[in-house]
Structure formats: C-alpha cells, structure tokens
Design a protein around this ligand. Structure first.
Ligand SMILES: *[C@@H]1O[C@H](CO)[C@@H](O)[C@H](O)[C@H]1NC(C)=O
Ligand SMILES: *[C@@H]1O[C@H](CO)[C@@H](O)[C@H](O)[C@H]1NC(C)=O
Ligand SMILES: *[C@@H]1O[C@H](CO)[C@@H](O)[C@H](O)[C@H]1NC(C)=O
Length: 369
C-alpha cells in the first residue's frame, strides 16, 4: 500500500510523467527528424527552384509581397527601414528564389501547444501587444513543384512574453488558470489561393525556456469549411516550425513588451530543433523579412515558401480543442498532467489507509511489548 501511495504521490507530483515544454519538444523531435522520407523530400524540393523560376512563380510572389508592403507602408507613412542581411526592399529579394524553399518538417515538431478547431481568420492578434508581424507563406507540392491551392494553413505562436493561448500548461505558465483555454490569440487558419499563398497578421513571437523564437505551422489538406468558420476532415500533410534571423530577434526583444520577459533567450544555434532542420542541406527554416517602416513598431513582413508532400498524413495530437462551448484541454501523453478528481480521492483514501495501518501496527507493538 505504501509503495502504491508513494507511486501515486510521485505520479501526482509530476515524476514519471513527461513535462511539456522545451526539453520534450526537442527530444521528441529528434527521434523522428532524420527519417528517410524527410531526406528524400528535401532532395525533391531542391530540384524545384528552377521550375519555380521558369513558371514565373517567384515573380508573382515578389509582386504579391511588394503589394502587401505598399499597403502597410501606406498606413505607417514612414518609409523603408534599415536593412539587415536578410532584410531588403528590392523586388528581387521579395522573391522566393533567393533562398531554397523551406521544407516543413514532419509530425515531430507538433509540440505540446497545438489547439485544434481554430478559426479561419487572417488577423489573429486578438489585441495582443507586440511588434506586428505580417506573414506571407506559399505552399508548393514537392513532387510537382506546383503551388498548392486550398491548403488550410494553420499557425500558432506565443505572445510577447512567451505564453500560448488556448492551452493549460502549469509547467511553463501557459495558462495556470483555465481562463486561458478560451483565449485564441495568435492562432488561426487561412486557405491558400491559386498561387498556393496565404497571409496572417500576428505579433512577433516572444520566447520561453529552452526554445528559440519560432512559429508553429500545420497544413490541412482536403479539409472543408464548417458554417462556424472552422475546418473539418482532410488530413494533416505537414507540420513544422519557422525561425527568425538572430539580429531581428535581438532588436524585437529590446522593445518594451518583450523586455518584460526575464526568461533567458535561447539563440537559434542552441535550439535542438533549429539545429536539426538547419543542418539539412538545401533547406532554410529562417523567414526572410523586411521592416514595414523606420521604426520596428511599424511591423515586419516575413515570408517563406514551404514544400509539402500532399500524400503524407500525420497523426497530430492536440493539447486542447476550441469548441462551441470554449476551449477544452486534453491531458495525454507528454503534455501537462493535472490530477483528476478520481486520482485525488484515491490518494486521500490511500493515505488514510496508510495512517490507519501505521496506528494499528503501533498499537499491536505496544500490546506485544
Ligand atoms: C487586427 O485585429 C486587432 C483586434 O483584434 C485590431 O486592433 C488590429 O487593428 C487589426 N490589425 C489589422 C492589421 O487589421
Ligand atoms: C501574454 O499572455 C499572458 C497570459 O494571457 C499575459 O498575462 C501577458 O500579459 C501577455 N503578454 C503581454 C506582453 O501582453
Ligand atoms: C464548430 O462546429 C463544429 C461542428 O458543429 C463543432 O464541433 C465545433 O465545436 C464548433 N467550433 C466552434 C469554435 O464553435
């Protein structure tokens, strides 16, 4: 009984269950990233660059990004900002052919913070403070090198101080109270157009322990839209993460909302997931970007081309679901473990039994003496 109780105690206190967050995100990823199919997909994708140029897809992408830039710069009225190695305003750099397309890495990187059932919407900020980030993404089929229309592209990222909405994760302060479950900030779904492209307005992600600054990405293929503006059916053809230029991260992290976060910044080169995906040749996980104005506060336009294998289908495990009656957490596997009422009752009864046994034993010994 005692050992059972000890086990229970250990279980409840978190030993024996994997904690969510940095360490597990990385460890879980490593076991899967080097699979052969990923390697083959990368080789296929590397051959797409020529095709993209020939068909004028890169030129169309550059025009689209220039138009986005103009519309936002029109709002900010402050013109082009300073340039960094990856930042430029020229149409050539706004094209995707400069960098090899980014191949989304599979399932392993889902992480413990995916919430299924999110809304189809372009502006996902929900009023969260931070540096505005316009994200332009383009999906190409790694087998045909053609753009993929009707992908439901889903993103989620943490806010300026490193918290995800919609989940309950006591370990890393992602919703220590369950009110976080009903929040949807910095999460959403968009449908790709004829050029395989879609855009989001989010805020530049902050950071949390052990992970470099990143945005989670998931691609639903063959899904349909429900009347309440969510998607259903189809399959998850890809899951991945997008990273940022280190200088840009430093600049953003020095602005007021981000500075409030005391957690140490994990640079890209110290992030296990980044290193694994970055070391693969012909593949670039860092978003290209340009500033929307002189001040960082005006925002950033970032873009990438992502290759997907439409026939791939991944089992995606969500931490919670957004439903018509709010967010509902799922506690399973390596996500946060919160004791249920039944476990607490078992523990209390168990402790009571131990106490009763100990007392009986003492009385027995006293009588025998
Ligand atoms: C996005 O939505 C927020 C409210 O959630 C609003 O304040 C903001 O102006 C919107 N941004 C854009 C670019 O439309
Ligand atoms: C991030 O979200 C958490 C929880 O919702 C909130 O307490 C915090 O203030 C947010 N960060 C910023 C910069 O608003
Ligand atoms: C949308 O509709 C589906 C199907 O009725 C339902 O399961 C889901 O909870 C709804 N989601 C929201 C956010 O209302």
């Amino acid at each position: 009984m005692l050992s059972l109780c000890l086990l229970l105690l250990l279980h409840l206190s978190g030993f024996g269950t994997a904690h969510p967050g940095s360490h597990d995100e990385t460890a879980y990823f490593r076991s899967l990233v080097s699979s052969r199919s990923v390697h083959e997909a990368r080789q296929k994708l590397a051959r797409c660059s020529d095709h993209i140029k020939r068909k004028g897809l890169d030129a169309r992408a550059a025009t689209r990004r220039a138009a986005i830039l103009d519309s936002y710069r029109g709002i900010s009225h402050s013109g082009a900002g300073p340039k960094s190695s990856r930042s430029s305003t020229s149409q050539a750099v706004l094209s995707s052919s400069e960098n090899p397309p980014c191949l989304l890495t599979p399932e392993a990187t889902i992480g413990p913070f995916w919430v299924d059932g999110e809304l189809i919407r372009s502006n996902v900020t929900d009023g969260e403070p931070g540096i505005p980030l316009i994200l332009d993404g383009e999906f190409i089929d790694i087998h045909t090198c053609e753009p993929v229309e009707d992908v439901f592209w889903e993103i989620w990222n943490c806010n300026a101080t490193g918290t995800y909405s919609g989940v309950q994760d006591f370990g890393h302060h992602h919703g220590d109270d369950d009110s976080n479950l009903d929040k949807t900030y910095l999460r959403g779904v968009q449908r790709t157009d004829k050029d395989g492209a879609a855009q989001f307005t989010t805020v530049f992600p902050g950071h949390y322990p052990g992970r470099a600054t990143h945005i989670h990405v998931l691609a639903h293929v063959g899904a349909t839209i429900l009347p309440n503006n969510t998607v259903t059916g189809g399959h998850v053809a890809h899951i991945g993460q997008l990273f940022f230029d280190q200088d840009l991260i430093a600049a953003v992290e020095s602005t007021p909302h981000y500075k409030a976060n005391n957690v140490r910044i994990t640079p890209n080169i110290n992030d296990g997931i980044f290193n694994d995906v970055n070391s693969a040749s012909g593949y670039d996980p860092i978003l290209s970007y340009t500033r929307l104005g002189h001040s960082l506060d005006d925002g950033i336009l970032a873009w990438t081309t992502m290759g997907i294998d439409l026939s791939a289908s991944y089992e995606a495990e969500s931490a919670a679901s957004l439903t018509d009656h709010g967010g509902v957490a799922h506690f399973h596997g390596w996500s946060a473990h919160v004791p249920g009422a039944r476990e607490i009752i078992v523990l209390v009864v168990g402790l009571g039994l131990v106490f009763w046994l100990a007392r009986s034993f003492r009385q027995f010994c006293a009588r025998s003496a």
